[in-house]
Design a protein around this ligand. Structure first.
Ligand code: ASP
Length: 344
């Protein structure tokens, strides 16, 4: 149904009765930014081999997105292509490398949003879906809903014919060790569980993945995919599948994907707040990103970062942690990758 609405809209746009914001004056340039999580990522924490492995995988993800955009594909398809490279890699906390829940399972969240008409799809707490971002697209295009969760989302995934696997597919040794360490810290803590969780936040790297892109037609899209936070329980859901918190796209302002301590991103509606500042206060993406990440979020005690792009291909990647796996390209320009705070 939504697909039909979109095609009517696009047809109307082609005949001039509805013009997607920025589409008419778009210069045909495409661009993309991605992240692979923020957190305690320092040179001391990564070996040269690990650093190279991250750089290679981020480059591969960017090139997968670029291939789509170069061939005239839409920004949503490009965002998914880039995210799927990272979902399939054990390096990131999404798909294959997803963190463990308190009960020793994996519960995955993802969301996707298009800037043309703010169409969106999201899934939360899925355990058997190989590519949660692909399911988010199905929710957006093939259902009348925006967000599906748990068993219902998996049933919908089966109906759509998406690949599903046993939850153990997402097992990795390093994430298992992280869970043991997290449990030890929480169990040993004399503080209330809530405070122990806050302490953990300082010590554990986030590893959510995300992508934002503008295509040749000037259309924006954003997507985010995650395993959430290590040792999460009680069906905890973070910001990543929440439209406006972890993901946002609006062609009149910008597209954003976030990574960090999800509870803060939800409370401060981080992704949408950044784009509102661009839209209503005329700020650039870097001014708006800095205000929210280094102002609002930091003052509240929240840690993490975002990638932001506008329809002119301006990109900002602010974060308030020690590092954030990140990268971007503009048109046929070089894929730029950065990890640490001091990297530009
Ligand atoms: N934002 C994610 C969450 O809170 C975690 C992350 O960015 O790695 O679920």
């Amino acid at each position: 149904m939504k697909k039909l609405y979109l095609s009517v809209l696009l047809t109307a746009a082609a005949f001039g009765s509805i013009t997607p914001a920025h589409a008419d004056d778009h210069n045909g340039d495409y661009a993309m930014a991605i992240h692979g999580g923020a957190g305690t990522i320092t040179r001391a924490n990564l070996t040269a081999e690990q650093e190279q492995a991250y750089k290679d995988k981020l480059t591969e993800a960017l090139e997968a997105g670029r291939k789509v955009l170069k061939e005239g594909g839409d920004s949503t398809t490009a965002v998914i292509a880039a995210i799927q490279v990272m979902e399939a890699s054990p390096l990131f906390n999404s798909g294959k490398g997803a963190v463990y829940t308190w009960n020793g399972e994996h519960e995955l969240d993802a969301s996707l949003m298009e800037g043309l008409n703010q169409n969106a799809g999201a899934v939360a707490g899925v355990k058997t879906v190989k590519s949660p971002i692909e399911l988010a697209r199905k929710v957006m295009e093939e259902s009348v809903h925006v967000m599906l969760s748990g068993e219902g989302a998996e049933q919908f995934s089966r109906q759509q014919g998406l690949e599903q696997l046993d939850n153990s597919y997402f097992n990795t040794e390093h994430r298992y060790q992280q869970l043991q360490k997290a449990k030890e810290t929480i169990n040993k803590s004399e503080q209330a569980e809530q405070q122990a969780w806050e302490y953990l936040d300082l010590d554990y790297k986030y590893g959510t993945v995300g992508a934002v892109a503008v295509d040749k037609n000037g259309l924006l899209s954003a997507g985010t995919s995650t395993g959430g936070m290590t040792a999460k329980r009680y069906g905890r859901i973070g910001d990543s599948p929440i439209i406006g918190a972890g993901t946002w796209a609006d062609n009149e302002s910008c597209a954003v994907s976030a990574t960090g301590h999800g509870e803060y991103f939800i409370r401060f509606h981080v992704a949408a707040d950044i784009c509102s500042r661009v839209k209503h206060q005329g700020l650039s993406v870097s001014e708006a990103g800095d205000e929210v990440i280094h102002g609002v979020l930091e003052q509240a005690g929240g840690t993490g970062g975002v990638i932001i792009i506008d329809a002119d291909g301006n990109i900002a990647m602010p974060f308030n942690t020690e590092g954030m796996y990140r990268g971007y390209f503009k048109g046929q320009g070089k894929a730029e990758i950065a990890i640490y705070n001091e990297d530009e």
